[in-house]
Each structure stands twice: as C-alpha cells, then as structure tokens.
Write a protein that binds this ligand. Structure first.
Ligand SMILES: Cc1cc2nc3c(=O)[nH]c(=O)nc-3n(C[C@H](O)[C@H](O)[C@H](O)COP(=O)(O)OP(=O)(O)OC[C@H]3O[C@@H](n4cnc5c(N)ncnc54)[C@H](O)[C@@H]3O)c2cc1C
Length: 384
C-alpha cells in the first residue's frame, strides 16, 4: 500500500529499516536472552539523527510529530520490540515536556533528548495505581522553593537508564486526581533511587524498574504546567503516545509475518513447500489483511493527531487496540506456520510472540481502551 509519505518521512522510515536490519536484527535474540539494555543501538540512533524526529527544530529536532515517531518505532520493532521500546519510552517521558513544558524547561531538556544524549522515562504507575491511575499515592509537598517527593513508582520503562523522569505525584490528597501534579526529576537527585528491576516475559532488552523517592527535593521550577494539572498531563500524553505502542505492535507483527512468509517458501513436507498448502496460504493472507488494516489506522490516527485535532482519545485508543490485538494474533499464527521450529529460540517468532503481549497491556490495557472508546461513543451519541 502506498501511504504517500513525504520525502522526509520516507527517509526516516528507510533509515530506521536499515538500522533495524543491519544493527538490531543480528543481536535481538542475544539481547533478549541477556536482558541487555541497548546503549550501543541508542548511540546509532542518535548518530543517525533519529532521536529528535518528533521534537521541534528550535530544540534540535527534525520538527516532525507523532507520525514520524511512529515510523521509527514501527521499523525498529520489526527487528526487536524490546530495543525499540527504549526509543518509544523516551517519547513517553518527553511528551509531558513537549506538551506542557515552559520555555525554560523545553530549552533545558528537549535538546538533550533530540541529540540522543539523554533518555527519558514516564512515571505514573504504582503498586496500587495501574488501570486506576487515580490511585497514585506518591506525594509532592511544597517546602519553600522546593517540592519534596515521597513514594514508589513501579514498572517504569527506561528506569535507571534514563536521565530525565516525568513523574505524576499528589500535591493535594483531598482533591483526588485533581490534586495530582507533574514534575521533571533528574537522575542523580538526592533521595531519588532505583529499586527492583523486573525479569520479564518479553521486551527483555527494555528495562522495567522501580523508582524510589525518599524525601527527594526538586526545585519548584520542575513543576510542569500548574499544580492540579498532573492527571491531565498524563492523559494528554498517553493519548499521543498510544499510537507509538500501536506502531510497536505493528512492527512486531510485520516482522513475524515476514519470517512466516519466508519460512513457508522454504520448508518442505509431503514433498512440497508448505506454502502450497491452502491452510498455510490462508493464515498468511489473514496476517497480511490484519497488518495492513492496522497500518492504515495507525498512520491515519497519527496524521489526525499531528493535524492538531482536539478529541483524539477514541482514535488513539482504537489504533492501539487494533494493532496490539493484531500483533498477538499474527505472532501466534507465525509460530504456528513455523510449527515446532517456531517454538524454538533459534527462530525469532517465539520472541516476537512474547514481545507482542505487552502491547495489549501497557499505556492502558485493551480493556481500558475499550472503555474509553465506548465512553466516547456514548458521549458523541448524546450530543447529536
Ligand atoms: C513491561 C511494562 C512496562 C511498563 N512501563 C510503564 C511506564 O514506563 N510508566 C508507567 O507509568 N507505567 C508503566 N507500566 C504500567 C502499565 O501501564 C500498567 O501495567 C497497565 O496500565 C495496567 O495496570 P496493571 O498492570 O496494574 O493492571 P490492573 O489495573 O491491575 O488490571 C488487571 C486486569 O483487570 C482489568 N481491568 C482493570 N480495571 C478494569 C476496568 N475498569 N474495566 C475492565 N477491565 C479492567 C485490566 O484490563 C487487566 O486485564 C508498564 C507495565 C509493564 C508490564
């Protein structure tokens, strides 16, 4: 399908594909097994000017938007969803600053991300605040010119590796989620440390780490937007980064599909290639249909968001659900096409199947996304 990418978008996609094929694919299985963080790949992405594709030119970026970010994530994820997540997780940690940062905050932090010198992370989730994000217990108390943070964030992507953390904490307990505020916290701040590193099913090249705040003092200038805006900062950020999860899912599905097609043309049983069996052909055809439908929705959603549209929650949720459900189905079917070999670690599809699963869970589970979609549908109906 021709999506009529601009010359620059095509260049971004091609460059990301080359890096994925030449630098990521050869090491993906090893990084998965060792749970190794891909600092060397990040350096390559930085040297290739891909870290700032979604950051304005005045801050050293390429001036693109969600779509350009999604193109990079999709191509990197074809080779490894885990390695791609270090890039996507930085986008998640940076968008609060892009959307709500003041000039000073943008001038300080965005060039560091655009150059690839620093990674970012986003801390919302806690032990008792998952889908119910309003359950955040981490507190931020104003004391003179500083906020004092106390609490623990759980399962934070890029935790420990990132230098810039955007954190949602409670500044007024009596107000529920309206008492949340968003802050930028630098790695190395006294009272900010890293706890447990998770041992995960998939995306094992990505690190998922606890953030611990113990009387951590940050300058009050690190508040994003205003006190009480934290929940809005989080929700508006996630509306814009869920297409990135969708792009990750899309790339994983595309990678698994390519392996399955190639393998079906090589594997011989009953003295013929297994691609000559209609049962296999139909699996491949369904994969292609689902992937292309997902790609069309993901790309169009990104363009819709980049156009400056205001009501994006439903569309953002829809592309995340479609692409992640597709990734789970396609990778599972890819294992089936490869039969027993698909189940073995020598072939990449079992990893792709493990990597795909997270895309149905994080940045809001697909059940929560369906809640969002249904609520928006009902709202639209009632205003007709
Ligand atoms: C690898 C990994 C990386 C992550 N990275 C980050 C990160 O960088 N930053 C961050 O802040 N968070 C991160 N998270 C957290 C992630 O966003 C949450 O795990 C996710 O939002 C779901 O929360 P939960 O795991 O607590 O599930 P729960 O909320 O406990 O949900 C359990 C089950 O109940 C269902 N459920 C819950 N409520 C409802 C409802 N109202 N209606 C229908 N079904 C419901 C869910 O869909 C799910 O199936 C990460 C998680 C993982 C696993």
């Amino acid at each position: 399908m021709n999506y009529f990418l601009t010359e620059e978008q095509q260049m971004i996609k091609d460059l990301s594909k080359t890096i994925a094929d030449e630098k990521i694919a050869p090491v993906a299985i090893q990084y998965d097994e060792e749970g190794k963080f891909p600092n060397d790949i990040i350096k390559i992405l930085a040297d290739s000017d891909l870290c700032g594709v979604y950051i304005e030119e005045q801050y050293g970026g390429l001036g693109g938007g969600i779509f350009e970010m999604a193109l990079v994530i999709e191509e990197l994820s074809r080779a490894c969803g885990g390695i791609a997540l270090s890039y996507a997780g930085t986008g998640l940690g940076t968008f609060p600053i892009i959307l709500f940062g003041n000039d000073e905050q943008k001038n300080k932090y965005l060039p560091q991300v655009a150059s690839g010198k620093k990674l970012a992370a986003f801390g919302l989730t806690e032990a008792n605040a998952g889908s119910d994000a309003a359950g955040v217990q981490t507190t931020a108390e104003l004391d003179g010119d500083e906020y004092i943070l106390n609490g623990t964030k759980q399962w934070i992507t890029n935790g420990g590796e990132a230098d810039i953390y955007t954190i949602i904490a409670c500044t007024n307990k009596t107000k529920g989620s309206r008492g949340f505020s968003a802050f930028i916290v630098d790695k190395g701040t006294l009272g900010f440390s890293f706890g447990k590193k998770e041992n995960k099913m998939g995306i094992r090249a990505s690190c998922t780490v606890e953030l611990v705040f113990e009387n951590c003092r940050i300058p009050k200038e690190n508040l994003l937007a205003r006190e009480g805006m934290g929940f809005i900062v989080a929700m508006k950020t996630l509306d814009r980064t869920r297409p990135g999860v969708a792009a990750q899912a899309l790339g994983i599905a595309q990678g698994a599909f390519e392996v399955a097609v190639k393998y079906s043309g090589e594997r011989v049983q009953f003295r013929q290639k297994i691609s000559s069996f209609q049962a296999i052909q139909h699996i491949l055809a369904d994969m292609a249909i689902q992937i292309e439908a997902s790609r069309a929705l993901v790309y169009q959603t990104c363009k819709f968001i980049d156009s400056g549209a205001k009501n994006i929650s439903k569309d953002s949720a829809m592309c995340k659900v479609l692409a992640s459900d597709t990734a789970m189905k396609v990778t599972t079917d890819a294992v089936q096409v490869l039969g027993g070999y698909g189940y073995m670690k020598e072939y990449p599809v079992e990893k792709m199947m493990r990597d795909a699963k997270i895309t149905q869970i994080y940045e809001g589970t697909n059940q929560i996304q369906r809640n969002v979609i249904a609520l928006e549908l009902i709202k639209e109906q009632s205003t007709k």
